[in-house]
Design a binder for this molecule. Structure first.
Ligand SMILES: Cc1ncc(COP(=O)(O)O)c(C=O)c1O
Length: 347
């Protein structure tokens, strides 16, 4: 689909998508209310729909993936607790230390393989205040990112998901999925999102990544947990009023943009294979969804991004020796051809 102004191929992130004509139409005609007063029918519809899709009792519409994780953590921990998450997870690296500032929790990091944690490593990272002479924080929440962004957009095998949830429950921890891209995982694995999330207490789902909505995430879980999250959302300044306009974009995305994620995955794979054949360092095992992480010589990432940019192809540096390209609903087969040519000319 090419409903995108400008002649550049923007592979920086799947967050750059702009609402398409159909989505804008859905937003314009949305019936709205005052969501802080609880009567915006479109928000209610979106929350119920996602809760249902994920097999959970309730949902809460929030402004961003970061706020979704923040409310989930705040609603399921107490200050002095500890969360357990992967060493390169979004919650740890890219959320401004919100877990510490907003929830007062510390973090135990688990080194994953391509972002995927081993259940046994999760188990050993859980420490409890009780029985530690007061030394340890209380490990009380395990957070799993699926797909794992910094892992390369990798999907957790279902058995690993289930086993981590089992380890969490056995150790009196709640379990949370940062499912910003859980629909990418679902489509790539051919497994329903409800099955992926079956044994988890909460899931945050982003509408503004591959699904193409301009704003918004939904937290799903038990009604009791969502009630607590609702209060924290308000305290974090996230109570929105006529947010049905935004929720309508989310509903449109769920109707129209899930199955097509397959196209993004196919295009990412094609790009990855082509640049890998050129001699760029790409771990093809990581290329499972819509992301391609490309290694380059140490210290040359900025230069690589700049060379590609000169040819109209936008990517992002991850660190000084790697860059990232992400496919999304505005990237066509021709755009992938153009990106491949740009990589070839940047060797
Ligand atoms: C895995 C993951 N979780 C959460 C987020 C946060 O989303 P937002 O940028 O909407 O706050 C992102 C953003 O890219 C992400 O990749």
């Amino acid at each position: 689909m090419r409903e995108y102004p400008g002649g550049r191929v923007d592979l920086r992130s799947d967050t750059v998508t702009q609402p398409t004509a159909g989505m804008r139409e859905a937003m314009t005609t949305a019936i709205v209310g005052d969501d802080v007063l609880g009567d915006d029918p479109t928000v209610i519809q979106l929350q119920d729909r996602l809760a249902d899709m994920l097999g959970k009792e309730s949902g809460l519409f929030v402004s961003s993936g970061t706020m979704c994780n923040a409310t989930a953590i705040r609603a399921q921990t107490e200050p002095g607790d500890e969360i357990i998450t992967e060493a390169h997870s979004h919650i740890y690296i890219y959320e401004g230390g919100g877990f510490a500032a907003l929830s007062g929790v510390s973090v135990a990091l688990v080194e994953g393989l391509n972002g995927i944690m081993n259940p046994e490593d999760v188990r050993s990272a859980i420490r409890k205040g009780d029985g530690s002479l007061g030394h340890f924080p209380n490990g009380s929440m395990v957070c799993v990112e699926n797909t794992a962004n910094r892992g390369g957009g990798t999907c957790y095998p279902l058995e690993t998901m289930d086993e981590i949830a089992r380890v969490s429950t056995k150790n009196n921890c709640t379990s949370h999925i940062d499912g910003a891209r859980i629909f990418n995982a679902s489509v790539a694995m051919g497994v329903e999102v409800a099955r992926i999330a079956e044994h988890y207490d909460s899931v945050s789902i982003c509408l503004s990544k591959g699904l193409g909505a301009p704003v918004g995430s939904v937290l799903v879980g038990s009604s009791q947990m969502i009630e607590r999250a609702y209060r924290w959302r308000k305290m974090f300044g996230g109570g929105m009023r006529q947010s049905g306009i935004l929720a309508a974009a989310g509903l449109y995305a769920l109707d129209n943009n899930i199955e097509r994620l397959r196209d993004d995955h196919y295009r990412a794979r094609r790009l990855a294979e082509a640049v890998s054949e050129m001699g760029y360092n790409v771990d093809m095992n990581q290329v499972q969804t819509n992301m391609v992480y490309i290694g380059c010589e140490k210290g040359s990432a900025e230069e690589m991004v700049s060379k590609l940019s000169d040819q109209g192809v936008d990517t992002l540096t991850i660190d000084d020796s790697s860059i990232r390209a992400v496919t999304h609903l505005h990237i066509t087969d021709e755009d992938v051809d153009r990106a491949i040519e740009a990589f070839a000319a940047s060797r």
